[in-house]
Design a protein around this ligand. Sequence first.
Ligand SMILES: O=C(O)CCC(=O)C(=O)O
Length: 265
Amino acid sequence: MKYSIYQMDIYPGNPEKNRMKVKEWMELEVKKNKPDIVVLPEMWTTAYTLNSLEQVADINGTSTKSFLRDLAVKLNVNIIGGSVANKVGGKFYNSSFVFDRTGNLVYEYDKVHLVPMLNEHNFLTGGAHVPQVFELEGVKMGLIICYDLRFPEIIRTLALEGAEVLHIVAEWPDARTSHWRYLQLARAIENQMYVISSNRVGSYDGVRFCGTSMVIDPWGNILKEGSDEIEETLAIQLDLGDVKQARNEVPIFSSRVPHLYKQGL
Ligand SMILES: O=C(O)CCC(=O)C(=O)O
């Protein structure tokens, strides 16, 4: 499975300009590396322009869905569509869309965990459902958004439901780069899954974002790591058979004793 991950800088509050930028990147990238799957970062149409959501957010995901669907079909590529600010029924969500190469919307998810450090509760509504497993190219996968990474229980649930790859789309600030790196490594090792992340670079409103997008294998080996400041593409071919091998050699899933674990945790 070939991946191309876009570690992108984002024009604040300018969906049109960001869509043009992503289109150009994807067209070039598909020509150059022929990926099966491309990955975009969190809130890539607007950045964190929370004060202007009324002006810049998608409505019912309409613009983003038609943009991503068209690209998926035209370029014959699966798209993990990062996330976008999205107004649904008068409320704003941080929403992800995944399209397969035939243009089917195979998954959508609204970020469940809102970030107190960004006062997100004053602007956004948290999603009503934890992430679910979806499939691309016959492989079971999951997707979480940024702060969700701090909640291992939702990722364990994905692994228990068969996910072999976890995607993380993010705008993670450089004030906590070490958390970003170690938490991803821990999630990969404890769930014996690939972790693939796309984090933005650049700055907005006095916050610098740390890039450091990663590809980690089920043993916790870092196969690729982006820089902490420049825009770049991480292109890589993965052998997903490694997941079964890791789970056979260290069989943590059959060693679990869930009847002893506190219910609801
Ligand atoms: O958890 C963190 O430190 C950063 C989270 C965040 O910035 C986000 O979810 O957008």
